[in-house]
Design a protein around this ligand. Structure first.
Ligand code: RP5
Length: 169
């Protein structure tokens, strides 16, 4: 995509099933984004180059997802002053990526989402970009209003037809 505003990076193609939700969400809002595999451990030089050059390429926010020891989001935050949103990827019963992402030292902020929450990470990126983009801010307000209406409709259905109507579709 040309002139991406959001960089979506992940440690492995095996993270794409989770991280694709970030790209889909940004596409919904018409936010230009790029999707890259950038591994902190297997391609450390490329990771540093990506983070260091992101701002001059016009990227405003980076969403970084990784599993396992999950050093990618934190190391990316160390190599850029752009806001970095971490998506800890959970593939097993343990929570090591989450714990790794939230244990950043003072001075290096990292906005860590709940495990596998690539959609919320993208929504946070939209909120950041909307600060300087009135059209995007309107789209986000419309999105909030639509969510509200959907809940109110469900509640009205529940009250008029009973909870069974919701459970049975
Ligand atoms: C991490 O190691 C990646 O983010 C991925 O979640 C995990 C395993 O990678 P693969 O062995 O599936 O490539 O760096």
């Amino acid at each position: 995509m040309s002139n991406p505003l959001v960089g979506i990076i992940m440690g492995s193609d095996s993270d794409l099933d989770i991280m694709s939700a970030a790209a889909k969400t940004l596409d919904e809002f018409g936010v230009a984004n790029e999707v890259r595999i950038v591994s902190a451990h297997r391609t450390p030089d490329e990771m540093a180059d990506y983070a260091k050059s992101a701002e001059e390429r016009g990227i405003k926010v980076i969403i970084a997802g990784a599993g396992g020891s999950a050093h990618l989001p934190g190391m990316t935050a160390s190599e850029t002053t752009l806001p970095v949103i971490a998506i800890p990827i959970r593939k097993s019963e343990s929570h090591e990526a989450f714990w790794s992402n939230i244990k950043m030292p003072p001075g290096i902020p990292l906005a860590t989402m709940p495990e596998n929450s690539a959609r919320n990470g993208a929504l946070l990126a939209v909120r950041i970009l909307a600060l300087n983009d009135p059209q995007l801010a309107r789209k986000y307000s419309d999105f909030v209003a639509k969510q509200r209406d959907e809940v109110l409709d469900k509640d009205a259905q529940l009250q008029s037809k009973g909870w069974e109507s919701i459970l049975n579709g």
